[in-house]
Design a protein around this ligand. Structure first.
Ligand SMILES: [Zn+2]
Length: 292
């Protein structure tokens, strides 16, 4: 796909069926690497390049676009991910529902390694990330958005959350229904004092990529469902040496297979027609730019 075409209008209907998808999965290469047939599509956006190519495949009768959040080889730290380009690129391929699996630390002792949690709230503790498409800054093609304020009281798609929870339970994984994901800037982990403070607020898990992914999806009227796998207890909730990256990777490796199984079933079960409020997040407001 040429950069110009993606920038101009996304992929038009019927132009290239192989380059369309209706569900997006933002996650590691472990999720799609074994699919039989994968089409690699390069998309450019008015906000720059996404983390990597998008990998399109068929799953449970649905067309899915996988995007490695940190790039192939995991070279992008959380604070350098081009979140705007990632969400814009997915939408330009036709994606309207996004699944966002991520690794998190447990802030409460009951959420130990291997816990699956489908959050219903988030708290932004990041610093200086670009978190809106509607900043009124001219884009490369000279167009410029209006200022838009979207409702974000409930940051995640209620329908996607329900499907994720029911599917995990059918797989024998008693996922935690709801909870607050605290998103820190990273790439360092929290100090014990920070972690105890986060826990004392009653927040459930801590991660580094959940913001601004969810708000950017909402700004493009896409559904987003976060599926958080706890890989460690955060510094304030454990009594050992603190979180190590090796520990995180080991727990992730142990659980990637069953997380993938759950995720693929969730893809198949997401509704084909949306009746959630995500789909009309911009109702009554003029973004001033054409969405892809
Ligand atoms: Zn929705």
């Amino acid at each position: 796909m040429s950069a110009g075409r993606a920038q101009a209008a996304g992929v038009t209907d019927g132009a290239a069926g192989a380059e369309r998808a209706d569900i997006g999965v933002i996650g590691g290469s472990g999720f799609y690497s074994f699919l039989d047939e994968v089409t690699e599509v390069t998309v450019d956006t008015p906000y720059g390049a996404p983390s990597d190519s998008l990998f399109l495949g068929d799953l449970g009768g649905r067309r899915v676009a996988f995007l490695p959040r940190h790039g192939r080889g995991h070279h992008l730290p959380p604070h350098r991910i081009n979140y705007r380009a990632n969400l814009w690129a997915l939408r330009s391929l036709g994606v309207r529902q996004v699944l966002a699996p991520c690794a998190v630390g447990g802030l409460q002792p009951e959420y130990g390694p291997g816990t699956l949690l489908v959050p219903d709230q988030l708290v932004d503790r990041t610093k200086g990330r670009l978190q809106t498409f509607y900043d009124g800054v001219p884009r490369p093609d000279g167009t410029q958005s209006n200022v838009v304020h979207v409702t974000f009281a409930d940051p995640y798609c209620p329908v996607g959350r329900g499907v994720a929870l029911a599917t995990a339970r059918e797989h024998g994984w008693e996922a935690v229904d709801g909870g607050t994901m605290c998103v820190i800037e990273g790439p360092r982990f929290s100090t014990r004092a920070e972690s105890r403070w986060h826990a004392a607020q009653g927040w459930s898990v801590v991660g580094m990529t959940g913001h601004p992914e969810a708000i950017l999806a909402r700004e493009l009227e896409m559904c987003l469902t976060s599926i958080a796998l706890v890989t460690d207890l955060d510094a304030g909730a454990e009594v050992g040496e603190g979180v190590s990256h090796a520990e995180v990777l080991a727990v992730f490796a142990q659980n990637i297979g069953r997380l993938r199984d759950v995720l693929f079933d969730v893809v198949a079960r997401l509704p084909k027609e949306r009746d959630c409020l995500c789909a009309s997040a911009l109702a009554g407001q003029d973004p001033g730019i054409e969405l892809p």
